[in-house]
Ligand binder design. Structure first.
Ligand SMILES: [Zn+2]
Length: 373
């Protein structure tokens, strides 16, 4: 048994939580520098990859950096070791540090950056602020001989088929008669080559989300006794699980905006924040989104938020918020560093579960460019 997890295995497990399909189309996610085709002794989680982070990785002999913000976002015109982004890229390559980024997929994922923030801010009944993606659903219909009905039904249910709300293993089966004519060279489970067979069969129907379709079909084929299994997969118009940007929830009780600003400062460990709106008014419904929140003002307003907490807001957008009656807290983009601990915990679980010795650390380098004087 290997002591160290491979880069591919680690990222494959990570992407079960933050799949690439959740990311915005033009986002620069995934492996950005180096290779995953190596053993990983040490992983370092960071919000940004700046020069100090690359130095820290080299010094601590890190094999893989998992970052939130993509180290290369705009295409590079050159990779110079003496200036610009090239300085960081060169350092990583020189010290064999691979860099992988999970950006909008980590914002959007269940339990991702925005859920971590909502939890830190003690929001209750949290919902998605702006839906961005509905997972496609499929109908799977498979024809099974009576003898194997329960076996196949159990296998697809265990693989996650038939989940509807808080119910699992939902299927429907109907009786019928199957016919088949095995040709030369076949090894039919029932009947003989050359004879037309009639068999009493059941048709099992169930619903499967796209992310589980391959797994469900694989498990179904394993549990099914036939050499050639007859099954159909139909795309559905039903809306699947919803994913999206930002979260909205409620505080236990209404507090003044001023008091809440103080709470946010404390809960997120901030030196300061910028508040937009009347400090004396009471608030209770809170929307939060870690990064650039400028486009989320109308969503927060529409969903009934009293205040939107975000990482970046423009002067004129703040005016628009005042006009619409929405309060805003610009807490700084660095609040997203909450992801360091969350991602560390997830990766540590993956590694521990499989009995590897790979170490997961969080970067101690400060990457917040702003200081309060
Ligand atoms: Zn961000």
């Amino acid at each position: 048994m290997d002591k160290w997890i491979s880069g591919q295995e680690l990222i494959q497990r990570f992407e079960e939580w933050v799949p690439e399909r959740l990311a915005f189309e033009n986002d620069k996610i995934g492996l950005l520098i180096g290779t995953l085709n190596k053993k990983i002794r040490k992983v370092m989680v960071t919000l940004d990859v700046l020069e100090n982070v690359a130095d820290e990785a080299a010094e601590k002999q890190v094999d893989l950096i998992v970052a939130h913000h993509p180290v290369i976002f705009h295409p590079l015109k050159n990779v110079r070791s003496d200036e610009g982004q090239g300085k960081i890229v060169t350092k990583c390559i020189k010290h064999d540090v691979a860099v992988y980024a999970a950006h909008t997929n980590l914002d959007i994922a269940e339990g991702g950056v925005n859920d971590m923030l909502a939890e830190k801010l003690s929001l209750n009944g949290t919902e998605i602020l702006k839906p961005t993606y509905h997972e496609p659903l499929y109908k799977l219909a498979v024809y099974v001989p009576e003898t194997h009905l329960e076996r196949v039904r159990k296998a697809i249910g265990e693989a996650g088929a038939g989940a509807i709300g808080n119910y699992s293993h939902c299927t429907f089966s109907s009786k019928g008669e199957g016919t088949f004519l095995p040709h030369e060279g076949t090894h039919p489970f029932i009947g003989r080559a050359g004879d037309l067979e009639k068999v009493s069969e059941q048709k099992i129907e169930t619903i499967v989300p796209e992310s589980l379709l391959d797994k469900v079909v694989r498990k179904m084929l394993l549990a099914h006794p036939y050499e050639e299994v007859a099954y159909d997969i139909y795309p559905l118009k039903n809306e699947g699980k919803q994913y999206g940007l930002g979260r909205i929830g409620k505080l236990n009780e209404p507090v003044t905006f001023e008091e809440y600003c103080c709470q946010v400062k404390e809960k997120l460990g901030l030196d300061g924040l910028r508040a937009v709106g009347n400090l004396k008014e009471k608030i209770q419904t809170v929307a939060v989104s870690g990064g650039d929140g400028n486009s989320l003002i109308p969503y927060a307003k529409y969903r009934g938020a009293d205040v939107l907490i975000t990482g970046d807001i423009y002067y004129h957008t703040a005016h628009d918020a005042i006009l619409s009656g929405l309060k805003v807290i610009d807490a700084g983009h660095y609040i997203e560093s909450v992801m360091k601990k969350g991602v560390q915990l997830y990766l540590q679980n993956v590694i521990r579960e499989k009995g590897y010795n790979t170490e997961v650390i969080v970067s101690e380098s400060v990457t917040n460019p702003f200081q309060f004087i």
